[in-house]
Design a binder for this molecule. Sequence first.
Ligand code: SF4
Length: 206
Amino acid sequence: MDKVQRIISSLEKMFPDRIELEFSNPLELLVAVILSAQSTDKKVNELTKTLFQKYKSCEDYLKVPLEELEKDISSVNYYRNKAKFIKSACQKIVEEFGGVVPDRMEELTSLPGIGRKSANLILYNAFGKQEGIAVDTHVARVSQRLGLTQETKPEKIEQDLMEQVPKELWGKFSNLLILLGRYICTAQKPKHHQCPLYELCPSKEL
Ligand code: SF4
């Protein structure tokens, strides 16, 4: 088994193949992803538990004044910008995609507030599609520590990973590395001795 396969098979014994943001349809995931920038998934989940009862469609987000949406999401950081992103993304979804969240990279990244990382997360977790590998801060850090890349820019890290990870595992790989990075391979004081990748990791003594 090669290194990437060993990484995946060790991690899938410890973590589920999903993100921690809660959602029940693509629009909910899109909104949760926008809300999650610079905020914890836990905080976003607390908020969306009630938010998604009030807002069920793009039209619901569009028909309220901006100030009302700002107030409804004010428990997360940068809520003013996020409210603008949510409204303009919904506007575009209604005008250009018939009110349905698109399931292609190009279309998703044309939405305000959605970059390639977010689009990758949405494509895999809401649609089961794998057009790339979502590289967030956890995936970047863990990939570097595991010796899978020496790059620092997310797009370049993604390219390195796409060359090494089989395409059908791109989404799972990202989901698993996010959880490893959040709970074990943390930025400060990584828990090497609890890590299932200890044997194969070149950074275990750092
Ligand atoms: S052994 Fe340490 S550095 Fe390597 S992946 Fe695990 S926690 Fe991270």
